[in-house]
Design a protein around this ligand. Structure first.
Ligand code: NDP
Length: 484
């Protein structure tokens, strides 16, 4: 059974207390590896290594740092097949999805920030009399913590560590304990990429132990966290007295607004994808489908028919489009949300239960049927709380105003999709919807230069492009007289 290791100060090693956690394959329910159960002592070692590495790394030229990231990206590309299989096995996602999305994007994140740091410029301000130059010196922060979730493991892990390292920081990173393998693989290649010992440290373990120790450590000056809203609130409470810089990318309850004048076929097929991709376990997935009343029955029938045809498969099978959910605990949480919706009077249009295992190998795996629920109002739990699984609800609206009101009737504000062929209406709706991201007649189309993040309980701060480099640097205003 493979034992993963932490990367601390360039050394792959177990936890100081030699404690281990089991790693489970969601498709089979079987333990197939172990990870170090690290705690504050391991985080302390990582911080010491990072503190030692920081002076040199922060003084390396941006070309050098960029080159290291490019080499890392190349190594990821060379090992893409292995990473795809590992990500699928560790998370339960179809191998086709890991191949099309997760691993290419992880590679792209490393490449993108290798390029972005070459174009990241300081601003300067010169008054009319040219007496002074005021310039902004953006310095690396120092040691930063990067904590990522299980749904898009390497994709979100690299989205954080790449800008942090590019900007000249040293990183203490913790992948989710549920999906640790791809981050471990990446850590094995750091040295080959030329990343000096101590610049990139990975501490595996539980959120409440290793994660908490990262968040609490006084020498870690910034935390970039992606995960659930309640964990985000806990991290905000813990870090506030230390005045750490915080970027929080949290949960969502994303509306898809379907107007009667939409391109019907495209709206149905994209809503199918936006609802159920990665078994609904993407923070950007649509979960509240709001349909204009005149189109309601037609849209509902078309969507239900398509969902009924979806087949759950073994994630390792290349033809599978829908795999396992990430863990037994998560499966049970999804099923309990469905049951609560049933008890609240919701009508299950399809799904609504555990799914049969697709084959003998997967007989103890964690599978949930794609589920559509109607008949519940906006205040019901299922329309307010994030399920983060293959479960959506349908609600109808009459007017544009009502659509916006329903869309905004949520503590969350991450992403919205808007379906109409009237561009003015699309723009009005996007402007009125309280969300960090709005997609008009499309979904999950990303340009890595754009700001990414949510409003309300979906987070604080933005990642992506220069926003990420701004987050991982501390701006200092310097004023220089032009005459002696
Ligand atoms: P969690 O909040 O449970 O965990 C996220 C990460 O934080 C994990 O690495 C976890 O470790 C760690 N963690 C848990 N407790 C602490 C703590 N006290 N201190 C420090 N770290 C801690 O989220 P999930 O992993 O369950 O991910 C799903 C959530 O992520 C969903 O709510 C989803 O919406 C959100 N998400 C948001 C995105 C966005 O960009 N807005 C993108 C993707 C997901 P461990 O797993 O070991 O407990």
């Amino acid at each position: 059974m493979e034992q993963l290791q932490n990367l601390i100060g360039g050394q792959l090693q177990g936890s100081t207390k030699d404690k281990w956690l089991d790693n489970i394959e969601p498709a089979t329910g079987a333990v197939y590896g172990q990870i170090p159960r690290s705690d504050a002592d391991d985080v302390e070692l990582a911080v010491q290594a990072a503190a030692k590495a920081f002076p040199q790394w922060s003084n390396r030229s941006f070309e050098d740092r960029s080159e290291c990231l490019r080499r890392w990206a190349k190594i990821v590309a060379q090992h893409a097949g292995e990473l795809v299989r590992a990500e699928s096995k560790d998370n339960g996602k179809p191998i086709s999805l890991a191949e099309a999305v997760d691993i290419p994007r992880a590679q792209k994140n490393l490449e993108f920030f290798a390029g972005a740091i070459e174009h990241f410029a300081s601003e300067a301000h010169i008054p009319a009399d040219s007496s002074h130059i005021h310039y902004t010196h953006r310095k690396p922060i120092g040691i930063v913590g990067c904590i990522s979730p299980w749904n898009l493991p390497l994709y979100l892990f690299t989205w954080k560590i790449a800008p942090a390292i590019a900007a000249g920081n040293c990183v203490i990173a913790k992948p989710s304990e549920i999906t640790p393998v791809s981050a471990f693989m990446l850590s094995q290649w750091a040295e080959e990429a030329g990343i000096p010992a101590g610049v990139f440290n990975v501490v595996h373990g539980l959120g409440s132990e290793a994660g908490q120790a990262i968040v609490e450590h006084p020498q870690i000056k910034a935390i970039s966290f992606t995960g659930g809203t309640s964990t985000g609130a806990h991290i905000a409470r813990t870090t506030a007295p230390q005045f750490k810089k915080l970027s929080l990318e949290l949960g969502g309850k994303n509306p898809a607004i379907i107007f009667e004048d939409c391109d019907f076929d495209k709206a149905v097929s994209t809503t199918l994808r936006s609802s159920f991709a990665n078994q609904g376990q993407i923070c950007l997935c649509s979960s509240r489908i709001l349909i204009q009343d005149k189109l309601y029955d037609r849209f509902k029938n078309a969507l239900v028919e398509k969902v009924k045809r979806m087949r759950i498969g073994d994630p390792a099978d290349a033809a599978t489009k829908m795999g396992a959910v990430v863990s037994q605990a998560h499966r049970d949480k999804i099923l309990s949300s469905i049951n609560n919706a049933k008890e609240a009077g919701g009508t299950i249009l399809c799904g609504g239960d555990e799914a049969e295992a697709p084959n003998e190998r997967c007989r103890n795996g964690f599978f949930v049927q794609p589920t559509i629920i109607e008949g519940l109002g906006p205040t019901c739990e299922i329309n307010q709380e994030e399920v983060f699984g293959p479960v959506i609800t349908l609600q109808s609206f009459r007017t544009e105003e009502e659509a916006i009101q329903l869309a905004n009737d949520s503590q969350y504000g991450l992403a919205a999709t808007i379906w109409t062929q009237d561009i003015a209406k699309a723009h009005r709706t996007a402007a009125a919807v309280e969300s960090g991201i709005a997609w008009i007649n499309c979904w999950l189309v990303r340009d890595l230069r754009t700001p990414f993040g949510g409003v309300k309980s979906s987070g604080v701060g933005r990642e992506g492009g220069f926003e990420a480099l701004r987050f991982f640097t501390e701006p200092q205003s310097v004023c220089l007289p032009t005459q002696a």
